[in-house]
Design a protein. Structure first.
Lengths: 243, 250
């Protein structure tokens, strides 16, 4: 375990050495941002709307007392979406969507000797292959989480409009009542951390692949599983520290 | 001139290279031959720095490559071109982008200059007009030629070639061999070719090193091979009936 941790830290250190040519690296960062950001928009939009809608309906179902104002449903949906559902569930989905792609892409480069070809040319291989993915991850995952939050709250509104459990006026009122900005900070920190975890762990798994197609698949699976575990672990730590 | 001195390489308990020393001269096709598992590719990877030798030194024009730090090695690596067994072209890039890749990273040339160089390299390997194709659209022989074009794009002093003829038909193999030979002569490159293709050995083997059980077992030219009494080399080179018959006629 310590051997793997050491290799992981060393790989990250090598990844952020001074680039040979900033322009070439920047082009890679842009390409990754499009791939990770635009490519994941569809799945994030779908799950966010449904999560927001389901959270609203289930919260309304549990708050049936006349003593509790219906606007509370909006407040609970807002807090749970911003604090947990959007960052964590989005990250778990992105681990599958982005993480497996990163691990299999780098793993394939390894087993087809493309990484060796880069090293022969004198390229700082971890820097060229991994750093654009991490930079893109810590940029695009927070942006996707922001979109997820907005769509999640929108999904809750739609659920109110369709189900009649809570009026849309009560829901909107609940969204703004008792808002504490710390939840946005927690959400941002989580999104940033999850973006880093997904990209760096999956890149590590792909980079140290050896063998053939079977091993590339195993590396992708390992990358996704370890990322998911670390996301949940980081979720706990961040929540404990910041809340 | 590349020299390897007393190179050992072990993977766990597996001793792959056992004290190999050799010199590879400029303007010559230096061939490393041997059976499967004899250590050919491992020796090549030790020379180019993809593997670190367990013991021994690799010298490029007298500079000890083994002792160098990554940043120092970059200067030598810019002078190295390598063709991999499976060509190792970057899948996400076109033929032109593959060839221009090292130029983009390591030169300050304008886009026009880089394009000119890429076109020149493509012309040199007889692949004019294939600039916009992706590796997946190329045949095995074309991939090898693009690999060679990429390898020579930076005008290397040293060219390393790993199994250039694997998976190719005999005619294409000969074309690749001739291309490697022409480039070696034309630019006075120190070329090191790992192969077990006997046509290559007899065709372009200016300097041949035969590895057996991780050791240098024999060294000479392609002309010497026919007259050697080295049993292991004879068993390897003249394994087929065709080669035996050819030898008897010599």
């Amino acid at each position: 375990m310590f051997h793997s941790l050491g290799r992981y830290i060393l790989l990250l250190w090598l990844s952020f050495r001074k680039p040979e040519k900033f322009k070439v690296y920047w082009a890679e960062v842009m390409r990754e941002m499009v791939s990770q950001g635009i490519g994941s928009l569809g799945i994030i939009a779908i799950i966010s709307v449904f999560i927001g809608a389901v959270a609203t309906i289930q919260t309304a179902f549990q708050l049936v007392s006349d003593l509790v104002p219906r606007s509370v449903v909006g407040g609970i949906t807002r807090d749970s979406t911003i604090l947990e559902f959007s960052p964590t569930i989005s990250a778990l989905v992105l681990a599958g969507r982005i993480g497996s792609s990163i691990a299999s892409q780098i793993g394939t480069m390894r087993v087809t000797e493309q990484i060796d070809a880069l090293e022969i040319m004198g390229v700082n291989t971890p820097g060229y292959i991994i750093s654009p993915k991490i930079i893109s991850g810590v940029t695009m995952v927070p942006l996707l989480v922001i979109i997820s939050v907005l769509l999640g709250l929108g999904g809750g509104y739609l659920a109110c409009a369709v189900s009649n459990n809570v009026s849309t006026t009560d829901y909107l009122s609940g969204l703004t009542d008792g808002f504490n900005s710390i939840i946005v900070t927690v959400c941002a920190v989580k999104a940033l951390a999850f973006g880093f975890i997904i990209t760096s762990i999956c890149a590590y798994q792909g980079f140290y692949t050896s063998g053939g197609a079977l091993e590339v698949g195993q590396a992708a699976t390992r990358g996704v599983v370890y990322s998911c575990i670390m996301i949940l672990f980081a979720d706990l730590i961040i929540s404990k520290v910041l809340l | 001139m590349i020299e390897v001195k007393d190179i050992y390489k072990t993977f766990g308990d597996n001793h792959v290279l056992r004290g190999i020393s050799a010199g590879f001269k400029p303007g010559k096709n230096n061939l490393i031959i041997g059976g499967s598992g004899s250590g050919k590719t491992t020796l090549l990877k030790c020379i180019v720095g993809l593997h670190e030798p367990t013991k021994g030194d690799v010298l490029y024009d007298g500079h000890n490559f083994t002792d160098m730090h990554f940043t120092e090695r970059v200067h030598i690596r810019k002078e190295i071109g390598m063709l991999f067994q499976n060509s190792a072209l970057f899948d996400s890039m076109t033929v032109e982008e593959n060839i221009m890749f090292p130029l983009n990273l390591f030169t300050d040339q304008s886009k026009e200059e880089k394009l000119d160089r890429a076109n020149f390299c493509l012309k040199r390997v007889n692949l004019e007009g294939k600039n916009k194709l992706y590796p997946s659209e190329l045949s095995g022989g074309m991939k090898k030629r693009v690999g060679i074009a990429r390898a020579i794009s930076m005008q290397p002093k040293y060219l390393f070639v790993d199994e250039p003829n694997s998976g190719l038909d005999p005619l294409t193999s000969i074309l690749i061999d001739e291309l490697i030979n022409e480039l070696t002569q034309e630019y006075c490159i120190t070329t090191v070719v790992v192969t077990h293709d006997m046509n290559s050995v007899m065709g372009i083997g200016d300097h041949v090193i035969f590895l057996y059980n991780g050791q240098k077992w024999w060294e000479g030219t392609n002309h010497d091979i026919a007259h050697t009494d080295n049993k292991e080399l004879n068993d390897f080179v003249f394994a087929s009936k065709f080669m035996k018959a050819a030898r008897e006629k010599l």
